[in-house]
Ligand binder design. Sequence first.
Ligand SMILES: [Zn+2]
Length: 694
Amino acid sequence: MHAIHLIGLIFVLLAVSLEAQETRIRAAQPAWMASSLAKMEADLTAKFGDAQKVRIQRGLRQVSEFWRMEDGDAASFEEFVRANFAGDQAALDTMFDRYQRLLEQLDGHMHEINREFRQQSDLDAGPVLSFDEVFAGYDPAAHVIDDFFNNKLAFIVLLNFPLTTLDQRLREGPTWTRRQWAEVRLGQRFDKRIPADVNLAIAQAGAEADSYIAQYNIWMYHLLHNQSQRLFPPKMRLLSHWNLRDEIKSDYADTQTGLAKQRMIQQVMERIVTQTIPEVVIDNPQVDWNPYTNEVRPAAVKDSDSSGKGQAVANSREPDTRYAELLGTFLAARKADPYSPTAPTLIDRRFDEDRELPETRVKAMLEQVLSSPLVSQTAKLIQSRLGRPLEPFDVWYNGFRPGSKYSEAELDAIVAKKYPTPEAYQKDIPNLLIKLGFSPERAQYVANNIIVDPARGSGHAMGAEMRSEKAHLRTRVEKTGMNYKGFNIAVHEMGHNVEQTFSLNDVDYTLLRGVPNTAFTEALAFVFQGHDLELLGLPAPDAKAEAEKTLNDFWGTYEIAGVALVDMDVWHWMYDHPQATPRQLNDATVQIAKGVWNRYYAPVFGKKDVVLLGIYSHMIDSFLYLPDYPIGHLIAFQIEEQMKKAGNIGPEFERMAKMGRVTPDLWMENATGKPVGPQALLEATERALTAANP
Ligand SMILES: [Zn+2]
């Protein structure tokens, strides 16, 4: 035992020192840099005075961190610095204003090209031809950062405006002026210079993992229960993990074989996580498989012409491909580390840059939800509704439902009559906003900034990125008029559009446009969506219905918080073991999933060592994305509770959205008086449990 550990340790140390060396070589500065820096510091300080000394030192250091041989020799470096340092406030103001205006133009027009190029695939406008797909996939902004380093516009920002760490933004951010915040966001646009081949490698690893996930289907008719019983219907093909999970949810309605089906899907999921699934059964209707015994046979019945992959019928296991793909994304992501000095790992970039919530705080918030006594109280309620002890797959229990007074058909009829065309919805936007508490003139102002288009899919919102453009609301309207589902989505998307309008057109600096991260715009959109019945002139959901919705969200947050912790631990393990094989990563992931389960779920479910928390496909192809989900739930509750407190949505919504893209905590402090946290969710759940328990 000890010896094995020691050998492991030596490998880790070796790997770490190799890694450090690699970083040093890549980030090496030209040999002349040190003397040029000293010379420039002296020159600029002599010219602009001691008052500018701190800015001069900072600017020179920032430029030197990114300057490469091919950017120029010592003479061109010095010439660049002399020509581009803004040595007094007036010069700095001019530079700031012009960058702000021109970057808004750049972003806005790039986005406009993007929107136009995607038009055929996004809108209900006839067939999508092969070249339409290429247009839709083209990103005109892909090389902007490279161009800005090459023409030195990026270096000018680095010479004059601050780069910051998350720690600084959290500690000092609350005392910064809005202009300082805008300068910080300007600096962040150029805080990394990742070479094109590294970005390409990351995109390729992501795409490869995506396509592995996209083909991971299980043919359900071919799952055998006992010797020959088929629980699922012919042709049913479920994609892991989404469709498998959703099937577990819908099986609650099947009082005959539902439980057997749910148990079987759990067994399939466990085989995927542990990679004991026979390789030949993946996306293959030509074999029958008993997931309990793991026996595989040629299919005794036929429900599809798909030939599978034509492998021999054997039960040899999938050879850790799941973990090879995950490892591929890690190895690619790590290539960017040396070029990202303020966030030198993917974990840092996800938490410090994308989320701007420190990992330790996120972890603490998730653990607070997971270890809340409300979990076992909710579990008891579920158990009594199911009339049986909980089983592990009940993490996906879906029986909390806000039952409605109206049938879907009744609602469809009301909506179709009101909105026979997209134009009818467009015309009604000001009225809808007035019902949500906006003054008539604010309602009209926002409505003037929204264009309704017929969507090809279910609908989405596409904001503008410059003030001269408008937000687009894409909504689905059938020939027979809009249906209730379409309306519900349209109201959600309209929430996005209203947020997009305020946070672009009414924010004080366009460099601060937007919200801290997607969880915020989603939360604001859900506020609108939650009032859709009132917008139709129908009564709002009653207290009982609201309690059911809250419990559903709480149970969902409990489930996904554990999944997120597994994702986080696995990424740490990979960074700690950069030389690991797929097999070792498989073992580690299984251990991590069991560990989180044993800590937070086993006491509730009465069963240890379950690996279900490792089933999410995002963990394989999405680069540590999963923590966004539970954080999103927490944020949504905070905003919703604040709206309830304020009573009137309109003015409160506008006040919140105008804050723009500062850190999540600062935004939330401004919105609700408290930083981001689970308190609002936990309080609402406590009330809901009282309301739901008879
Ligand atoms: Zn949304």
